[in-house]
Design a protein around this ligand. Structure first.
Ligand code: G3H
Ligand code: 13P
Ligand code: NA
Ligand code: ZN
Length: 328
């Protein structure tokens, strides 16, 4: 059934587990996530970015997610709008049936320029008022996502601050977080702890100096009843990176957030874990391999099936690792 983010994360908090929120753009990704969730008996958070809505078209996206709800009536499914850039964007999603929206007021409506704290409070509070009136959950974001190693937001085409960020901007301040939640009433809060979007987060496996996992515990102690969200949480699996390279891809050495670090984050209060890149990487690796291994094949379903299986394996591994398997 379609449920709100609040419902899924309240249960996650009660039992101290985390739930992956996977970005979706097409049929194969939605099928992969639902097949994995069914196998694991896990609650599901499907999230769509502005890029996803312009790729698929809002009606296709909405109806595919509705189809998932119809096909898996026993699984709790959240339809979440990722990184809403303005109250107007959030309103459109609420009207089209999303059960949860993110108002990302850490950046201005261009999704590139870091915004003032006052702007962030203002837009997020307005969205929370509208959304809560119709039973829709709200995620806000405080702090700018950026790699503490490079000081860069990481994503070139989509959401992310332009130019170099300061250390201060890339770490959410616990006391400001308390004020932000009190003023806005958000259900969930995305925090900045040194992760960034995309495949190029770190040039080496991150250690304590480039990923501030302990900061999560401080924020959680200050805000025990707010569900914390980790964005930029892809692990960038080295085995898929190797397959992409083996079959013609050109990607340099790069590292993501190790699953063990996410598990520490969950112990410290993270409840929603945003993952897009890992599914992209696994699907691209599987497509490259399938197409080069069967060069006579011309039915795209054969290749897409391999990609769906690869995405499904990633999802099952995350459901298991984050503790939400068996919790549907
Ligand atoms: O927040 C970033 C997500 O990975 C979505 O990316 O804007 O390319 O769809 P996108
Ligand atoms: P990744 O790029 O690490 O998968 O992060 C996705 C994300 O945070 C979407 O909001
Ligand atoms: Na989000
Ligand atoms: Zn994000």
């Amino acid at each position: 059934a379609l449920v709100s983010l609040r419902q899924v994360l309240d249960q996650a908090a009660e039992h101290s587990y985390g739930v992956p929120a996977f970005n979706v753009n097409n049929l194969e990704q939605i099928q992969a996530i639902l097949q994995a969730a069914q196998a694991c008996q896990s609650p599901v958070i499907l999230q769509a970015s502005a890029g996803a809505r312009s790729y698929a078209g809002e009606p296709f996206l909405r109806k595919m997610i509705e189809a998932a709800v119809e096909m898996y009536p026993d699984l709790p499914i959240v339809m979440h709008q990722d990184h809403g850039a303005s109250p107007a964007v959030c309103m459109q999603s609420i009207r089209s049936g999303f059960s949860s929206v993110m108002m990302d007021g850490s950046l201005l409506a261009d999704a590139k320029t870091p915004a003032s704290y006052e702007y962030n409070v203002d837009v997020t509070r307005r969205v929370a008022e509208m959304a809560h009136a119709v039973g829709v959950s709200v995620e806000g974001e405080l702090g700018c996502l950026g790699s503490l190693e490079s000081g860069m937001a990481g994503e070139e085409d989509g959401v992310g601050a332009e130019g170099q960020l300061t250390h201060e901007q890339m770490l959410t301040d616990p006391q400001q977080a308390v004020d932000f939640v009190a003023k806005t009433g958000v259900d969930a809060l995305a925090i900045a702890i040194g992760t960034s979007h995309g495949a190029y987060k770190f040039t080496r496996k991150p250690t304590g100096d480039i990923l501030a996992i302990e900061r999560i515990a401080e924020i959680h102690r200050a805000l025990p009843n707010t569900h914390l969200v980790m964005h930029g949480a892809s692990s960038v699996p080295q085995e898929w990176l190797a397959i992409v390279r083996e079959f013609g891809g050109d990607m340099p050495e790069t590292y993501g957030v190790p699953v063990e670090e996410i598990q520490r984050g969950i112990q410290f209060g993270v409840r929603k874990i945003n993952i897009d890149t890992d599914i992209r990487l696994a699907m691209t690796g599987a497509l490259r391999r399938a197409m080069s291994q069967d060069r006579r094949e011309f039915d795209p379903r054969k290749f897409l099936k391999a990609a769906t299986q690869a995405a499904r394996d990633i999802c099952e591994a995350r459901f298991q690792a984050f503790g939400c398997a068996g919790m549907a």
